[in-house]
Design a protein around this ligand. Structure first.
Ligand SMILES: [Zn+2]
Length: 487
């Protein structure tokens, strides 16, 4: 894996034009020919006696750099006194070729040893350590490996790996070290990140909702191994040249090849966003806040049933408002539609389900929650089973929201249920005159939670009774999920 990354990195570096006119590659190394990607930098450093060959005729450009070698090369580049001498490290003898530079660099706080008193001169140096060393040696400002790496990249001293990262854990080889050191010392070697002189032609990516691979080389046979980046629809690229079906492009900091058939000279129209979810658009929920106007309903502790019912209804509706499911309320203010008018709402507004919302009262002697359905087929409403199932889910979610006494699901001969034309339930959320239940009824947070419960119960009914799993996506709006099947 490491080797693969290094190879790609080399491919990337070699694709960048580095000015060479000011220096000629005139070393005697038989393994660094004039066309070697680092020939100019190696020659420059050799001529300055900063870097040496491993032998007079071999540079060994791919050999990994050790900490000792790095210290010597950095020390020479800074003009430090490299005279061999004793060090404070037990593993760096006075005779070590880098001992003088190590002492000097430690004094300048460029490099340090380890807690166990060693320097580990033969340990391999990685790119992250190199970034820190160069930053400290040339006071570029970086204090840790990631900001040091960023500074080197920003200055055109180093480039990232093919995968876009800096590759801080990748061991650095001699030729790369030479390139980075030469660019540090002499700005003429630096990569001009803003220089797009060969990438002249502006083109736009046109791939719809797909993505376009940037490859390190023109590739006819599909090989995922050379993908170095991805472009999305509408992104701008600069093209240098074409090779067959491939365009040689620059996009941001990435340089590589893309299939030219996905490039257009005019910016393509934006891809239309996916249509909004339509699940549940066919459903209309009728919410009936009990009582209202001249009919306050029950009362207790200064609270009126009509106000509590309307408030919970509004909370319930607010959840549906985040979905395509329609809601119609029998009243939205302090008015009193008649029971017959309420029952006719579903028919009038194409409703599919009816929930009448109430609180109970019984002289502070009873408490708890109950749900009612009309237990036999009426003149207008054949939905006995559905109404019962709806009541079951309402009761369960009410219990979940407010843990009050469970008075159960019951049959009730109530006009708004009997006269209705759709599955209908009437819920009693609690006893408004009960000193137990009022603790929930009086709290807006609890009332909101009850509205949420009634929303979820409505989803549960469609989800389980009608198999409407398409509505499953709307539970997350209330941070919930479908209930257990309860019928
Ligand atoms: Zn009531």
């Amino acid at each position: 894996m490491k080797k693969w990354i290094i190879l790609l990195c080399i491919a990337l570096i070699s694709s960048v034009i580095v000015p060479m006119s000011h220096v000629s590659a005139n070393t005697n190394f038989k393994d660094v020919g004039a066309s070697h990607r680092a020939a100019a930098e190696i020659s420059y450093l050799v001529n300055k006696n900063i870097i040496n060959g491993v032998t007079p005729t071999e540079f060994v450009p791919d050999r990994e750099v050790t900490r000792g070698e790095a210290a010597a090369m950095l020390g020479r580049s800074l003009g430090l006194n490299g005279q061999k001498r004793a060090t404070s490290f037990k593993d760096v003898a006075a005779g070590n070729m880098a001992s003088g530079y190590i002492v000097e660099l430690v004094n300048k706080k460029v490099i340090s040893g380890y807690g166990d008193g060693t320097f580990r001169p033969n340990a391999k140096l990685d790119r992250g350590e190199m970034a820190i060393l160069i930053n400290r040696a040339y006071t570029l400002g970086g204090t840790n490996s990631s900001d040091s790496a960023k500074i080197l990249m920003d200055k055109g001293i180093a480039q990232g790996m093919a995968d876009g990262s800096f590759g801080g854990n990748v061991t650095i080889i001699r030729s790369d070290f030479a390139v980075f050191l030469a660019r540090t010392i002499n700005a003429d070697f630096r990569v001009k990140t803003g220089d797009t002189s060969i990438f002249k032609t502006t083109q736009y990516v046109s791939v719809g909702s797909s993505t376009l691979n940037i490859r390190s080389k023109p590739q006819v046979v599909n090989s995922p191994s050379n993908v170095i980046g991805k472009l999305s629809h509408g992104q701008m690229v600069s093209v240098a040249s074409y090779t067959g079906n491939w365009a040689y492009i620059k996009a941001g900091n990435l340089i590589g090849y893309v299939d030219k058939s996905y490039l257009k000279s005019a910016k393509p129209a934006a891809v239309l966003p996916a249509p909004p979810p339509a699940a549940g658009k066919d459903l209309t929920i009728i919410i009936d806040p009990g009582h209202g106007g001249t009919d306050p309903g029950a009362s207790g502790f200064g609270f009126l049933e009509k106000n509590v019912a309307l408030n919970v209804s509004n909370h319930m509706k607010s959840y549906f408002d985040k979905t395509p499911i329609q809601v119609v309320m029998t009243r939205t203010g302090d008015t009193y539609p008649s029971l017959t008018q309420r029952a006719e709402f579903a028919k009038k507004y194409g409703g599919d389900m009816f929930v009448s919302i109430h609180t109970n009262a019984f002289n502070n002697s009873v408490n708890g929650q109950e749900s009612f359905y009309y237990g036999s087929t009426s003149a207008t409403n054949p939905y006995v089973t559905q109404s019962k199932v709806l009541s079951i889910y309402m009761q369960a979610r009410m219990q979940e929201a407010w843990p009050l006494v469970n008075r159960g699901v019951k049959q009730g001969n109530l006009a708004v249920l009997r006269q209705n034309t759709v599955p209908a339930t009437l819920i009693e959320m609690g006893f408004i005159d009960s000193d137990v239940d009022i603790k929930y009824i009086r709290s807006d947070a609890h009332r909101k939670n009850m509205g949420r419960a009634l929303y979820l119960a409505s989803l549960d009914f469609y989800y389980h009774y009608h198999g409407r799993t398409d509505l499953g996506q709307y539970y997350s709006i209330a941070g919930s999920s479908p209930s257990k099947r309860l019928h």
